[in-house]
Design a protein around this ligand. Structure first.
Ligand code: DSN
Length: 454
């Protein structure tokens, strides 16, 4: 039987079908992506998207919110259980995204112009942690060559967090590419930020939350742990949690947590009260109730024993991926990983991050290029490539499949090396025509067909 959409809008229906086929027949190794359960998708597609519900539980500006209240209460209760919140801690589930969640924290706890100290974006931080870029290449090179572990910002304040606040960023150690806690403490003492932030997108190692909290406490600063990437690993008990250590915890819900798109903020009730006001009227209008429904269902799934196994399997699969890539003579930033992705250092390979990501995509492996610590190359053409396993793990893939994937990645690099001197477009054209790349793409498809997801 034809679906409603198929009957009324076959053009959109067809595009959705093609996207589903692409997702099923290729390997998504972008660590911030995942495949949600049919129940999460059903909740997100529900009638809750029709409803306006500005305000908070029991205090809405619209009538007809009795079931929205019920839903949001359940989502908050589940968040408390999943993240083992201390007494008097609660959650806000209304932020539309991770960036909005972070902005809400700044609005709630800071005054415009206050100093925030966060991780340097090219080392794996996040745009919303106060990024400003330096377009002057000479100035940029000088800054990198100085070897300083502090970034005082560039002249182009490209994120609102840098326009409204005064961001200072700490870099990772030049030697280990990991956090240098002593240096962070010294930077904090010198710049006296009101807020210290950890977390981001491309730091493959565990962060010592206790050490960061101690640094923040000494200078009477708040500590915000952004666990957007690790939320599912923490929910499944496979990774250390900052809950009960940091003052505020923010996360997106659609990465390792597999709960549809949205965000959660966790903190003591007093802080959440301020954050609720920062969300509305500070930043947003009506919450996306349908997304809160997805989050609620995803959190319910995260409470199951199967999710614990899932989180542990992600860590195992990524460890195996690191090992297999190293066997294939690839270099990894920090020589490995503690979590759900690896950062490949391609600086000594014939092809760097951006062109290699395109070659891999044509071979059926979707990844994304990335900056890496102490990389002097520009963000649009950096040296690294980020590869994660959350989605592969959702599909049920394990060591045998990981081994094959690492082999295909090396094969793709060997094939692409013959195009090393070409322009990006020239290389892309060659890759599109290449029989060898087509052969890998077919092998990937054959594997994917054995691991279809509902
Ligand atoms: N876009 C996310 C990621 O890929 O890590 C961060 O916001």
């Amino acid at each position: 039987m034809k679906s409603a959409l198929q009957k009324t809008d076959p053009a959109v229906y067809k595009i959705i079908q093609k996207e589903e086929k692409r997702q099923q027949e290729t390997l998504s190794m972008i660590p911030s992506e995942n495949w949600f359960s049919p129940s999460v998708r059903e909740a997100v597609g529900s009638v809750f998207s029709h409803k306006y519900a500005e305000g908070n539980i029991g205090k809405r500006y619209y009538e007809g919110c009795v079931h929205v209240d019920e839903l949001e209460t359940l989502a908050i209760e589940r968040a408390k259980k999943v993240f083992s919140l201390p007494k008097n801690w609660t959650a806000n589930v209304q932020a539309l995204s991770g960036s909005n969640a972070n902005l809400a924290v700044y609005l709630a706890l800071l005054q415009p112009g206050d100093t925030i100290l966060a991780m340097y974006l090219p080392d794996g931080g996040h745009l919303s942690h106060g990024w400003s870029f330096e377009p002057d290449v000479e100035k940029r090179d000088k800054e990198v060559q100085s070897g300083s572990l502090v970034y005082e910002g560039g002249s182009r304040k490209i994120n609102i967090s840098a326009m409204l606040y005064n961001p200072i960023q700490y870099k990772t150690s030049k030697k280990t590419h990991q956090f240098d806690y002593k240096a962070i403490a010294e930077i904090a003492e010198k710049y006296q930020p009101k807020l210290i932030i950890t977390g981001g997108t491309a730091y493959p190692r565990i962060i010592n939350h206790k050490k960061i909290k101690a640094i923040a406490k000494k200078i009477h600063a708040y500590y915000l742990a952004d666990i957007a990437h690790e939320a599912g690993l923490i929910a499944g008990g496979a990774f250390p949690s900052p809950v009960g250590i940091a003052d505020v915890v923010t996360m997106t819900t659609h990465k390792t947590l597999k709960s549809g798109r949205g965000a959660i903020i966790l903190a003591h009730e007093d802080i959440i009260h301020k954050i609720n006001l920062a969300i509305l009227p500070g930043l947003q209008g009506g919450p996306h109730n349908h997304n809160i429904a997805g989050i609620c269902v995803g959190l319910g799934e995260a409470l199951s024993p199967a999710f614990k196994k899932y989180a542990a399997q992600i860590i195992k699969n990524t460890g195996d991926l690191a090992l297999e890539l190293q066997k294939q003579s690839f270099k990894l930033v920090t020589n490995g990983t503690d979590k759900h992705f690896v950062l490949m250092n391609l600086s000594e390979e014939p092809i760097l991050g951006r062109p290699f990501a395109r070659v891999l995509a044509l071979a059926g492996i979707t990844a994304n290029y990335s900056t890496m610590p102490w990389d002097s190359r520009p963000p649009r053409n950096p040296s690294a490539l980020r590869l994660g396993t959350p989605w592969l793990t959702t599909r049920g893939m394990k060591k045998n499949e990981i081994k094959k994937i690492a082999k295909w990645i090396r094969e793709a690099m060997t094939i692409a090396s013959q195009w090393a001197d070409m322009s990006f477009e020239g290389m892309e054209e060659e890759a599109k025509q290449s029989k060898d790349i087509k052969r890998i793409s077919q092998e990937v498809k054959d594997l994917c067909k054995k691991f279809l997801v509902a």
